[in-house]
Design a binder for this molecule. Structure first.
Ligand code: F6R
Length: 638
């Protein structure tokens, strides 16, 4: 997690770095800090809490900082044209001012920011302390700062020419001593105009500007300034100056990144008049689905993936599918299982990525592992993917973030074109992940000759109707908001569903937990009688996700019985059902109709009221909807 920005150019760095941090704040908001190189000095500021706290402190700083003895003044932090900034999701050391990044060393002349975990930090710290280094934080990052300052001093003492390259040489030496996952950025007061970065198992992209260059955890930090970016490889060091980008591996051998163009625009990452990013992103779902479907059907009626390093024969050889993902993406995988097995008849298992490799799954060349991730950086999913590749399985990624690690390490990719998702709680990413899963199921069915082109086209046509159905649903969503305010004080909210409604129930409960900090649980409706029904008390709200009666009638009838059972025990039933489904009316204390949708595609509509419900309850309880406590958008630690 943690958001990282670096800038080298001709403009004042501070504003650019702060703007970038604002866009990256979703990655962590325990503290924020900046370091700017200015006329041979390093000026830093850092503060616990959200970026706003840092901005307040910066605003209170005099325009010209009185510094450096003799009562002399130097230009202020707002003037320097080289800078780095960090927004933190705490791992080592609590979320305090002293643990905020940047961490400085070498008499305050070197500043380092870091994302990830340096696993051998205890050993390094002991070594440094034995050499007399004094630490001023509890972080693992500070080791890297002292190591870098030490390397720079050693290189200078050895007569190495000073300048940007010295920073890169020193950083490479440091990286060779670090274990774990890290993105590091550093500046040195004596090397103005240069920022050095390094990455291992943690994200870092380069933004290529004109007379200026950027480094960031993801492209949203710099899309306002440039849409040209460079994807870095694993174990690389990158040095940026105003006019140059130099990439090497950790040993110093020249390396190259992969250039790409970012097709999001800056306004896509702004709130656009909504109170919260989450509301904006919920409203963007029709477009996000339409965009994800765009151009997927070739002239021959075949489904096109984005980057396919798998042949049709590889896909025909698949005899087992594992879907690996976390959180909301895992729920998308659960829905996918129903569709993929139904359409392809290939056995499909869904696994929590964090559990996958530890249970030693049976994988071989004919196993297809589908890794679903919005960010493309989730460490649990990345590790599951790597385990799958070690076992020779083929990996296909579903991802929303171009240039991120998961798609880069996969054999094939289908990008969800959801645009930037800023709110920590995933909404449009979930719906677009569902669409991507349907497309993959159809592609597999077609390649294996189980579905004809016209059958595939028929499902794609149903998918293409979904944006309008969602618009219709969102236009009538106000009653869900009212209901949210009504149940905001409930101690527990339960969610039940069957078939594809089961993962929807889990997703509804997850949203409520993470946003409203309420006890919420999702169940397969049939499981209630095996225990959870004991949770139902007088007035307990239970959200019931009802399948279409036009799909599998038996399924519909079963859940109607389940609703009666819980109502008889005092539950306040909130029923999500298809328009025209009158069978549920007598048992619904609140009835929320969604547009008619084919059974397997129903989660695309039934999830939406649950997203709105959670968002509104959280707002009514006074919580920060976009940045819920203890969470971060991109979870780059295991
Ligand atoms: C919940 C949520 C998380 C993510 C999970 C995986 O609203 O957003 O559960 O779905 O952390 O993240 P990605 O999709 O980036 O791998």
């Amino acid at each position: 997690m943690c958001g990282i920005v670096g800038y080298a150019g001709a403009r004042p760095a501070l504003g650019i770095v702060l703007d970038g941090l604002r866009r990256l704040e979703y990655r962590g908001y325990d503290s924020a800090g900046v370091a700017v190189v200015c006329e041979g000095e390093l000026l830093t500021e850092k503060k616990a809490g959200k970026l706003a706290n840092l901005e307040k402190v910066l605003a209170e700083r005099p325009a010209a900082d009185p510094v450096f003895g003799d009562g002399a003044t130097a230009p202020g932090i707002g003037v320097g044209t080289t800078g780095i900034g960090h927004t933190r999701w705490a791992t080592h050391g609590g979320p305090t001012d002293r643990n905020a990044h940047p961490h400085t060393a070498g008499d305050g002349r070197v500043a380092v920011i870091h994302n990830g975990i340096i696993e051998n930090f205890a050993k390094l710290r002991a070594e440094l302390e034995a050499e007399g280094v004094e630490f001023s934080s509890d972080t693992d990052t500070e080791c890297a700062a002292h190591l870098l300052a030490g390397e720079l001093a050693r290189l200078r003492a050895a007569g190495e020419p000073d300048g940007p390259r010295l920073l890169a040489v020193a950083m490479r030496q440091v990286c060779q001593r670090l274990e774990g996952a890290f993105t590091l950025l550093a500046v040195d007061a004596g090397i103005p105009g240069a920022v050095v970065g390094a990455r291992r198992n943690s994200p870092l992209v380069v933004g290529r500007g004109v007379g200026e260059n950027y480094l960031a955890s993801d492209v949203s930090a710099f899309i306002e300034h440039t849409r040209e970016a460079v994807e870095l490889g694993q174990d690389q060091v990158v040095l940026i100056t105003a006019d140059d980008i130099e990439i090497t591996d950790f040993a110093g051998a020249p390396a190259s990144g992969k250039d790409f163009h970012i097709d999001w625009d800056a306004s896509a990452a702004e709130k656009g008049g909504y109170d919260y990013f989450m509301l904006k992103e919920i409203a963007e779902q029709p477009q996000a689905i339409a965009d994800t479907l765009l151009g997927r059907l070739t002239e021959n009626g075949e489904i096109a993936l984005d980057e396919v390093r798998l042949t049709d024969q590889d896909l025909r050889d698949v005899d087992k599918i594992f879907i690996v993902a976390c959180g909301t993406a895992y729920h998308a995988g659960m829905v996918a299982k129903y569709a993929i097995e139904h359409w392809t008849r290939i056995p499909c298992e869904v696994e929590l990525a964090s559990e996958f490799r530890y249970r030693d799954p049976v994988l071989d060349r004919s196993t297809l592992v589908v890794a679903i991730s919005q960010s493309g950086e989730t460490m649990d999913t990345l590790m599951a993917l790597r385990h799958a590749k070690e076992q020779k399985a083929r990996v296909l990624a579903i991802c929303n973030t171009n240039g991120s690690t998961i798609p880069r390490e996969s054999d094939a990719v289908l990008y969800t074109h959801g645009g930037p998702e800023v709110a920590v709680a995933s909404t449009k990413a979930f719906l677009t992940q569902l669409v991507a899963c349907y497309l993959i199921g159809l592609h597999l069915a077609q390649v294996r000759g189980i579905k004809y082109a016209d059958e595939v086209a028929a499902v794609v046509a149903q998918l293409q109707e979904m944006p309008d159905k969602l618009r219709e649903l969102l236009a009538g969503i106000e009653p869900v908001r009212e209901l949210a305010r009504d149940i905001k004080a409930a101690p527990t909210v339960l969610f039940i569903g069957r078939h594809v409604g089961f993962p929807v129930a889990l997703e509804g409960a997850l949203k409520l937990k993470e946003l409203a900090y309420m006890h919420a649980e999702g169940f397969a409706a049939g499981e209630l009688k095996h225990g959870p029904i004991a949770l139902i008390d007088q007035g307990t709200p239970v959200v019931c996700v009802v399948p279409s009666p036009a799909g599998r009638g038996m399924l519909h009838d079963k859940i109607v019985s389940n609703i009666q059972e819980i109502r008889a025990r005092g539950a306040r039933t909130i029923v999500i059902a298809e328009e025209g489904d009158t069978a549920v009316t007598p048992y619904a204390d609140h009835l929320i109709y969604v547009p008619r949708t084919p059974t397997l595609l129903a989660p695309l509509v039934t999830t939406v009221p649950l997203q709105v419900l959670a968002c509104e309850i959280a707002a009514a309880r006074g919580h920060d909807v976009d940045q819920p406590r203890n969470l971060a958008k991109s979870v780059t630690v295991e």
